[in-house]
Design a protein around this ligand. Sequence first.
Ligand SMILES: Cc1ncc(COP(=O)(O)OP(=O)(O)O)c(N)n1
Ligand SMILES: Cc1nc(C(=O)O)sc1CCOP(=O)(O)O
Ligand SMILES: [Mg+2]
Length: 211
Amino acid sequence: MNNHDLKLYFIMGSANVHKRPPLEVLEEALQSGITMFQFREKGPDALTGQAYEIFAQSCQKLCKQYHIPFIVNDDIELALKLGADGIHIGQDDFPVAVIREKIGDMLLGVSVHTKDEVHTALQYAADYVGIGPIFATTSKSDAKPPSGTEFLQQVRSEHPDLPIVAIGGIDESNAQLVFKAGAHGIAVISAICESVNIKDTVLTLTSIQPS
Ligand SMILES: Cc1ncc(COP(=O)(O)OP(=O)(O)O)c(N)n1
Ligand SMILES: Cc1nc(C(=O)O)sc1CCOP(=O)(O)O
Ligand SMILES: [Mg+2]
């Protein structure tokens, strides 16, 4: 992984897309220039069992076709079974201290909200950290209150080389602020899933420079 892979990190599950087939949305996002993808199939109506696995495999196949890293959210067994490029975990998902043993050199992303969590993620060789929610989000029912960019700025100044992706309520109207605060990239669900023109949205988001 290089820092550019985090630039526009698209996250999607079937619950995030309403008007079109999710795979169509993913393919359009890939064609338009997303740099990383996370399979996040969760929520009350989430697919389960075979349908869950088949959907994951279809997303992975598309990502391979476009040479974009395919990351699995939460489900380490699925990530291992499919040979995913990486796994993203939060603080309540799996102990950071033992995950490396399970996943080998697969990419590891860890959600962090405190300096201690950043320290632990670094200690156990996380490849990047996710910081959020920066702004209010409707895509995660158990999200913490929005933090703004202050914590992100602190982490950036204390860890100049740490790959950071910001998440939560980020769209074309506020992404510049997030890059300015020191993020290498932005992770988005609704900005793409609810876009009326995915190509334009992706082009706008990927062309933002931290000025
Ligand atoms: C890139 C990225 N950052 C943060 C998260 C959130 O992870 P987590 O806190 O484990 O919450 P869930 O996504 O599992 O509900 C993420 N998924 N991706
Ligand atoms: C999956 C996720 N994690 C968050 C965190 O704060 O850790 S916020 C979030 C949802 C991001 O979706 P949207 O771009 O639609 O706001
Ligand atoms: Mg999680």
